[in-house]
Design a protein around this ligand. Structure first.
Ligand code: KG4
Ligand code: ZN
Length: 376
């Protein structure tokens, strides 16, 4: 089964082709440099860029793989949660392609796709506990199968990625600055008492990062010399320049390491609590952009191994937004017999994605139905 994945929920435009669950190729265009100077994603610009790039990336994907539109059996599209205008671009593209080729349509929950992404590289084992840490979400789920997720805990305010990006902004780093704080902290022993493990002294599985953010903001307000005088170029930072360009590298590295520790340790405490409560868990999945963070990875890998669970952490490129994970989650849903009609709706941020898919007797039968409809 050849499945096309389409991702346009935020500031990455992506398409990917999957054959029977194996990734053939993907094409991705990041808008981060366009939004960097604004300190966050500008929704109107994001939609415009998706519309500009999506057909170009699709053509590139066909060239790379030698596939033709008519070869595509199903189209998996990220339907939310995300920026509404951006989602509409991806959904319109996917629906148009379904109409012209007869391919089946499956709408994918972007958050579930993040958590299923490790399945592109290793076998997923259920029941799993899933920690989703991205720019917009910090969620803990129980995952009983690729299509059965139960939300156990969530952030009450900022997401972990948002906390990273806001601290980076205070330092005058370009958006999204999470990875630069990770870079700055490499090889530095954190001061474990410098910043609070916010919202851990309770018995629930929710998160709140505003206390930590305030503590870091107050710390930096007293030390204005730590911020970069002029915003460094993202290219220079990506090339490893975060420390070299810092006005006070040692002091900044200590603050960055201590901040990274506070976030990673907070996530570890809550995930451990969830593992204590949930029965039968055999693996721990950590996904989303912040799962690319070296401290978060080390803390949660250690936790999983200490409890005899299989750690499932996708490689960093699969942690951030991409279309391979959308194609993969769509493929799993199709295998389970699910699909959507052409009236599939997009779901903006803050609203739960409904389980409004319909069941067909078998995924293959459903696909054949659509093909014959297209031929008539
Ligand atoms: O999952 P993602 O690509 O987009 C959303 O769906 O939000 O996550 C983006 C987030 C940003 O906040 C970014 O700063 C953060 O992931 N991020 C990191 C790292 N790499 C990406 N945060 C900390 N350390 C990293 N290495
Ligand atoms: Zn995401």
């Amino acid at each position: 089964m050849l499945v096309l994945g389409v991702e346009t929920s935020c500031d990455e435009t992506g398409v990917a082709l999957l054959r029977d669950g194996s990734l053939l190729a993907e094409s991705l265009a990041s808008q981060t440099d366009i939004h960097a100077v604004f300190g966050g994603v500008v929704p109107e610009i994001a939609s415009r860029e998706h519309q500009r790039m999506l057909p170009v990336l699709f053509r590139d994907l066909l060239t790379k793989t030698g596939a033709k539109p008519a070869d595509i059996d199903a189209i998996a599209v990220a339907r939310g949660p995300g920026l509404l205008g951006s989602l509409l671009v991806g959904l319109s593209f996917a629906k148009g392609l379904c109409l012209s080729t007869g391919a089946a349509l499956i709408g994918v929950d972007h958050l579930h796709a993040h958590l299923l992404a490790p399945g592109l590289e290793q076998e997923l084992r259920f029941p799993a506990l899933g920690l989703l840490v991205s720019g917009g979400h910090t969620h803990i789920y129980r995952m009983d199968s690729p299509t059965e997720f139960r939300l156990l805990g969530r952030t009450l305010d900022d997401a972990a990625g948002e906390a990273f990006d806001k601290v980076a902004k205070l330092l005058n780093l370009p958006y999204p600055g999470g990875r630069y704080l990770d870079d700055l902290s490499q090889g530095v022993e954190p001061d474990r008492r410098l910043f609070p493990l916010a919202y851990t002294h309770n018995d629930n599985l929710d998160f709140s990062f505003s206390g930590l953010k305030t503590a870091v903001a107050e710390y930096l307000a007293k030390r204005p010399h730590l911020a970069y005088a002029a915003m460094p170029e993202a290219d220079a930072l990506r090339a490893g320049g975060a420390l070299a360009l810092a006005p006070h590298p040692q002091e900044l590295a200590l603050a960055a390491a201590s901040f990274n520790f506070a976030v990673a340790e907070t996530l570890r405490i809550k995930v451990e609590r969830a593992l204590d409560r949930e029965r039968g868990i055999v693996s721990l999945v950590v996904a989303g952009g912040v799962a690319a963070n070296s401290h978060v990875r080390a803390a949660l890998r250690g936790l999983a191994q200490g409890r005899g669970l299989a750690p499932c952490l996708p490689r960093p490129a699969l942690c951030t937004d991409n279309a391979a994970m959308i194609a993969h989650a769509g493929w799993l849903a199709l295998l389970a017999g699910y699909r959507h009609d052409l009236d599939l709706e997009s779901v903006p941020r803050g609203r739960a994605v409904p389980r409004d898919w319909k069941r067909v007797e078998s995924a293959v039968e459903g696909l054949q139905l659509d093909r014959s409809r297209a031929e008539n």
